[in-house]
Design a protein around this ligand. Structure first.
Ligand code: NI
Length: 158
């Protein structure tokens, strides 16, 4: 396992569309483990493979709920959305930027897990938000382009 370098704002790769995973091999599993380790190290809620420079349709999500394991979604597809929520959002690729955004309140997503099994997740609230944010990354879309105007906050750590 290894911590990977996060691609940040200004890196053109973030605007590229990721490709479907055709075979879940050792290299993919290693990538997934590295993504989990990198996300956890940075206290992130989600991470898409493109954010570590790999244009493959893989995301990991952890909403840090007691007893809930991180989600690993390969080739995820949002098949249903319902309602709306206005939420605060950030992104590991935009480490100092936070803003309000409108996301669906509920989603249903289909994907493969790391064993290649088909899974379907019904998500709401933070998990729904995270799924939408990460699937956007796979399509070359970043949250900053969708925020509610006037809500951007730039946070300096010093
Ligand atoms: Ni992000």
């Amino acid at each position: 396992m290894a911590i990977r370098i996060i691609r940040e704002e200004g890196d053109e790769i973030l605007k590229k569309k990721s490709r479907e995973v055709e075979k879940i091999d050792e290299k993919i599993l290693e990538l997934i483990n590295d993504m989990l380790e990198t996300m956890h190290k940075l206290n992130g809620v989600g991470l898409a493979a493109v954010q570590v420079g790999v244009l493959k349709r893989i995301v990991v999500i952890d909403i840090y709920e007691e007893g809930v394991k991180p989600y690993i979604l390969i080739n995820p597809e949002i098949i249903k959305t319902k309602g709306e929520q206005t939420v605060e959002e950030g992104c590991l690729s935009f480490p100092n930027k936070f803003a309000k955004i409108v996301r669906p309140k509920e989603v249903v997503v289909r994907a493969l897990n790391e064993k290649g099994e088909k899974i379907e997740i019904k998500a709401k609230d933070l998990l729904a938000q995270a799924i939408c944010h990460e699937v956007d990354h796979l399509n070359g879309e970043v949250f900053i382009d969708k925020i509610i105007p006037g809500t951007l906050e730039i946070v300096n750590n010093e």
